[in-house]
Design a protein around this ligand. Structure first.
Ligand SMILES: NC(=O)c1ccc[n+]([C@@H]2O[C@H](COP(=O)([O-])OP(=O)(O)OC[C@H]3O[C@@H](n4cnc5c(N)ncnc54)[C@H](O)[C@@H]3O)[C@@H](O)[C@H]2O)c1
Length: 447
């Protein structure tokens, strides 16, 4: 659905005539957005609750390949029409949908979102935007060509502390940034070799639809659905794709980075099924207005946390948070951004220093810190709905999200070539190392 092109009134939801665009007004309290939700349990349920908490949203359709998940969501929204195949949903009721929320495992993000965009729908897609680099590029292209409202599901992007960190960094609080070190101690998901044998597919699950465009594979209990697919290369994007996309978002946004020049991943050899469980990924980028002439980003994941160098030692013997990012300025000043819902901390000469927030936010655009996830989290979703209704602008549209995702996925691909530096040509969007290029895209099964 094109920006400002799906202006409806509440009466439309009941089947009345579409109003011509000229009759619509942002001020019209009756304007509504009719949403379809693909994937409605776990994060999909959170997405459903957050989107539907906007007063102008009508949940029109729910889609899930797990009938138990679908039934539970349908009990919350009994008027919504239900589907197990998103293709059937678009075939049957595309004209009743304005916006689509995609909350499936990563390998289904692009197939479902691209079909929605083909039908001119606004799309809110969970992070990381896609499973393959080629898909991220395609989603950005289609969104731009069709001028669609889009947003990636990185809700912390709209949280107070992250926006403050962006203002501080862009306001020069630590001078030009030479390096960011980021880390996550998350280690969830199986990463061993492929299991032997097969289990009966549960009655509530359509395994063929769950696999979608990925290759056929025997079903095994507790390896895939629900939620266990994250560290499996055919479905997820490893911890870097899972948490890195949140934690790298603020540095990426604040420093206005593009895709990297080189990527090196120190990890165990690839086993062809699960991603390595511990990754140390080093990226180099061209400098920007906010960085030194060249810039380095270092990522650690796994329970051991980052290697503690001087750059990560905190004042007063304080322990590093389990997840976060440290910005390092050219003159040694540092800014710690814990993940999440804590103020960024300025460190100078091995001590914490206070800073005057008002001087970095003179017009008080940031508002006040909210320390309650349930109140803070809907902001990002409501921004999407309000943009659809012509009242706001999405802060993580696919134009931005696709480049962030591409950068993240290059580090994931580098895990297939442990300890080898890969060189990326941003003009051709290919690695110089020919052998890595096949992983930028993947085969798409017809299902
Ligand atoms: N933004 C965040 O903070 C955050 C947090 C958790 C997860 N996520 C993202 O949300 C997405 C879902 O993660 P999850 O942990 O909820 O996964 P999950 O496996 O627990 O749930 C996925 C749901 O999608 C359904 N599904 C799978 N394939 C489908 C298809 N083809 N059509 C319709 N429904 C389908 C499943 O049946 C299930 O109900 C992932 O992309 C993940 O990265 C984001």
């Amino acid at each position: 659905m094109k920006k400002r092109d799906f202006i409806k009134t509440a009466s439309l939801a009941l089947g009345a005539t579409v109003l011509p665009l000229s009759t619509w007004s942002c001020e019209n309290p009756e304007s509504i957005l009719r949403t379809a939700h693909i994937g409605v349990s776990n994060m999909g349920l959170e997405d459903l609750k957050a989107i539907s908490s906007h007063a102008n949203v009508v949940v029109t359709a729910l889609c899930d390949v797990d009938s138990n998940a679908l039934k539970a969501a349908n009990e919350m929204f009994p008027k919504a029409q239900i589907f197990k195949d998103y293709r059937a949903m678009f075939d049957q009721i595309s004209d009743q949908i304005d916006a689509v929320i995609v909350s499936t495992p990563d390998h289904t993000h692009a197939p479902a979102s691209l079909l929605a965009m083909e039908k001119n729908k606004a799309v809110y897609c969970q992070k990381p935007l896609t499973h393959f680099v080629s898909e991220s590029r395609e989603m950005r292209k289609v969104a731009n060509e069709k001028n669609l409202v889009t947003q990636m599901g990185i809700q912390v992007h709209s949280f107070y502390d992250y926006k403050l960190a962006t203002s501080l960094i862009q306001g020069g609080i630590i001078g030009k940034v030479s390096k960011v070190i980021a880390w996550s101690n998350k280690n969830w998901g199986y990463d061993g070799p492929a299991p032997e044998g097969t289990d009966p597919v549960p009655e509530n699950l359509d395994w063929n639809l769950w696999l979608g465009t990925s290759k056929e594979r025997p079903y095994k209990d507790e390896y895939y659905h629900p939620g266990n697919w994250r560290k499996l290369m055919d479905y997820g994007c490893a911890t870097l794709g899972d948490m890195g996309v949140h934690i790298f978002d603020t540095p990426y946004n604040a420093l206005e980075l593009d895709v990297p020049n080189t990527i090196t991943n120190e990890c165990r050899p690839f086993n062809g099924y699960g991603y390595p469980e511990r990754n140390i990924v080093r990226y180099t980028f061209d400098g920007t207005a906010h960085t030194t002439d060249s810039f380095e980003w270092l990522w650690y994941d796994g329970v051991d946390g980052p290697n503690i160098t001087d750059e990560l030692v905190l004042p007063e013997g304080e322990k590093l948070p389990g997840q976060g990012a440290m910005f390092i300025g050219e003159d040694g000043k540092r800014l710690l951004l814990p993940h999440f819902m804590e103020l960024p901390k300025l460190i100078e000469e091995e001590s914490y220093k206070t800073y005057d927030i008002a001087s970095y936010d003179p017009e008080n655009t940031l508002g006040e810190p909210i320390r309650d996830y349930a109140s803070e989290s809907p902001k990002h979703y409501h921004e999407f709905v309000d943009t659809c209704l012509g009242k706001s602008t999405c802060s993580a549209p696919f134009e931005y999200a696709s480049r962030l995702t591409e950068t993240i996925l290059l580090g994931v691909i580098a895990g297939r070539f442990p300890n080898k530096t890969l060189n990326y040509n941003k003009e051709t969007s290919e690695f110089i190392e020919e052998e890595a290029n096949e992983f930028l895209k993947g085969d798409q099964r017809v299902f």
